[in-house]
Design a protein around this ligand. Structure first.
Ligand SMILES: NC(=O)c1ccc[n+]([C@@H]2O[C@H](COP(=O)([O-])OP(=O)(O)OC[C@H]3O[C@@H](n4cnc5c(N)ncnc54)[C@H](O)[C@@H]3O)[C@@H](O)[C@H]2O)c1
Ligand SMILES: O=C(O)C1=N[C@H](C(=O)O)CCC1
Length: 254
């Protein structure tokens, strides 16, 4: 490594935040500001000029599903790496991001439905348990100002569980329901029922309920405070430039 490279490695990473005035954005700005190895250079929210983030090396996006793709395109085109917590990523959207990244092979993008370390483990444990149980349902609970339902975490968990069940040759969870009030059995995500609860006082919580003859297993995670997401966000900010291309989920960094 040359002297210049050595010096650059010790310089703080320049970080921008999109959605800076939102619930998560405020917390991320605080965490980045408090980290000695990171330099908060841009705080952008709705109505601000995105070009304010042009000097960042890594941009964190906690905005909304309807603007996040536009933001990502802008960042990738400028060679800026991104850490994305915003929800709403379908396989189609992920493929679109991969396509943009193909033209900028030096750029890293990490998209995670949940940056809580406990939540990542909850999803891993659920995927591991899935093949051993006949039935599975997911119950997610969030604060009532959340715009999307079901949550990104629940959707991701359902996909992981569905894949594990398919790999094990399991069919659908048994269910004799012949008539229902619409919505009573929740949403169907890849064949897994997902129920979304919204209540004041909650932050972000999820149970994965498994059942088989004579026993159930409940895997539960609770975020009581948005501080719970910050170690994962900071880890991703520090790592993302070392991982060119698209990384989905925090798992490979743990
Ligand atoms: N991955 C995780 O760990 C995690 C954790 C919490 C929340 N989330 C997700 O993050 C997103 C944000 O959650 P929140 O609770 O902070 O929401 P929020 O509504 O409090 O904040 C969103 C912010 O984005 C701003 N915004 C909208 N359009 C913008 C644009 N074009 N450019 C810049 N800013 C813009 C809004 O004005 C708002 O301040 C949601 O999708 C949520 O599900 C993910
Ligand atoms: O508060 C939110 O909104 C959250 N969104 C993410 C999701 O949809 O899974 C993660 C948990 C908090």
């Amino acid at each position: 490594m040359t002297d210049v490279q050595e010096k650059r490695r010790d310089e703080p990473v320049r970080v921008g935040v999109l959605g800076a005035r939102g619930r998560m954005g405020i917390e991320v700005c605080r965490a980045v500001d408090a980290a000695g190895d990171l330099d908060l250079v841009a705080m952008i929210d709705q109505g601000d000029d995105l070009s304010g983030a042009a000097g960042a090396q890594v941009v964190v996006d906690f905005t909304t599903p309807d603007v996040v793709m536009e933001n990502l395109r802008w960042l990738i085109d400028r060679g800026i790496s991104a850490v994305v917590g915003t929800t709403g990523f379908t396989e189609q959207r992920l493929d679109q991001v991969r396509g943009w990244l193909a033209g900028r092979p030096e750029v890293g993008v990490l998209i995670a439905p949940n940056f809580g370390i406990g939540a990542v483990l909850m999803m891993q444990f659920a995927a591991r348990a899935a093949r051993h149980f006949e039935s599975v349902e997911i119950i997610e609970q969030h604060h009532p100002r959340k715009l999307d339902a079901p949550s990104g975490t629940a959707t991701h968990t359902a996909r992981l569980v569905a894949q594990a069940r398919a790999d094990a040759g399991l069919g659908p969870s048994p269910d004799a329901t012949a008539s229902e009030v619409p919505g009573a059995r929740g949403a169907d995500i890849d064949g897994v029922r997902v129920h979304a609860v919204r209540a004041t006082g909650l932050v972000a919580h999820q149970e994965v309920l498994f059942g088989t003859a004579g026993e159930t297993l409940t895997i539960r995670h609770d975020s009581y405070d948005r501080a719970s997401f910050m170690p994962g966000v900071l880890l991703a900010v520090r790592e993302v430039r070392r991982r060119p291309g698209l990384t989905v989920g925090l798992d490979p960094l743990l």
